[in-house]
Design a protein around this ligand. Structure first.
Ligand code: CUA
Length: 312
């Protein structure tokens, strides 16, 4: 097990040691060349300094050996880095055919994962240890980028096109996923976890429906969605006013809209406000809520409504 260094994070995939080896090769070669060049420069500055005002420099005669070596040695070094890097690039891009496949959907500002048996998770992806896993990724809105430092994998996630990464985790643990393409106000909060299980535990997790939220009481599930779906970025639950109205005391209260009309915030009003945010805009707020929540399913909507109902 490698816990990382000041230069690189811990290694937790089969590809990490190879990628790091190339990094350290480039680092050490650069360091040796840098020290050599600076040392030679200082030595020559001293050796060939002007000692006397009447001194005239002697013309230098070229040295074939030195001229050839400063062309050949760097060329060989660059070719080593190229071949080594290209091999790594191919390995990173071509997943083994037997890889376990997981579908990844990115959207502002969360990661959603779907497994072959239909199980879905948000904000965490479960994978087996010691087995290649391929992520087939797409975005529902803008450019995102999927990055797991411990696995040394990073790839852009695009709307209207599939991209993929693959990795084989080398130990059961939890690793951090980042979004590394600026995608809006909550970009820095667009995080997820990779949870690596031993094979048997992974099977069990998957067969149990992925421990999804089917059995969780609605208000509790709603509280999770409130975070996961980033509702909390705009709607507080403590009464403070954000980009959007607070959820505190919302349920059952009378709402006044920009067009002067009013309505009582009941289940149907909240449902409409989630699915069609522009239908009725509360007076005093900009109508900036994205329409992307239209993809929430019925249970998720009920859960959010139940959660909002509790915020009195
Ligand atoms: Cu998604 Cu940054």
């Amino acid at each position: 097990m490698n816990n990382g260094s000041a230069w690189l994070p811990e290694q937790a995939s089969t590809l990490a040691p190879e990628i790091d080896a190339l990094f350290y090769f480039v680092k050490w070669v650069s360091l040796v060349i840098f020290v050599g060049v600076v040392a030679a420069m200082l030595y020559f500055m001293f050796k060939y300094r002007r000692r006397d005002a009447a001194e005239r420099p002697v013309p230098v005669k070229e040295s074939k050996l030195i001229e050839i070596s400063w062309v050949v040695v760097p060329t060989i070094l660059v070719l080593i880095v190229f071949v080594w890097g290209f091999q790594g690039f191919i390995k990173l891009n071509v997943a083994p055919p037997e890889a376990y496949q997981i579908t990844v959907r990115a959207k502002k500002w969360l990661w959603e994962f779907e497994y072959p048996n239909g199980t879905t998770t948000v904000g965490e992806v479960h994978v087996p240890v010691g087995r290649p896993v391929r992520l087939n990724m797409s975005s529902e809105d803008v450019l995102h980028s999927f990055f797991v430092p411990a696995f040394r994998v990073k790839h852009d996630v695009l709307p209207n096109r599939y991209t993929s990464v693959w990795f084989e985790a080398t130990r059961a643990d939890t690793f951090q996923v980042f979004c590394t393409e600026y995608c809006g106000t909550q970009h820095s909060g667009m995080l997820a976890k990779v949870i690596v299980h031993p094979e048997a535990e992974f099977r069990e997790w998957l067969n149990s429906g992925g421990g999804n939220f089917d059995e969780m009481p609605l208000p509790e599930y709603g509280a999770i969605l409130y975070q996961q779906q980033s509702c909390n970025a705009c709607h507080s639950i403590d009464g403070s006013s954000g980009v959007g109205p607070t959820f505190q005391g919302l349920y059952g209260a009378e709402r006044r809209f920009a067009d002067g009309s009013t309505a009582v915030a009941d289940d149907n009003y909240i449902r409409e406000s989630i699915l069609q945010p522009q239908a009725r805009i509360v007076e005093g707020y900009p109508g900036v809520m994205p329409a992307s929540y239209g993809s929430l399913n019925e249970r998720q909507l009920s859960a959010l409504i139940a959660f909002i109902q509790q915020q009195q």
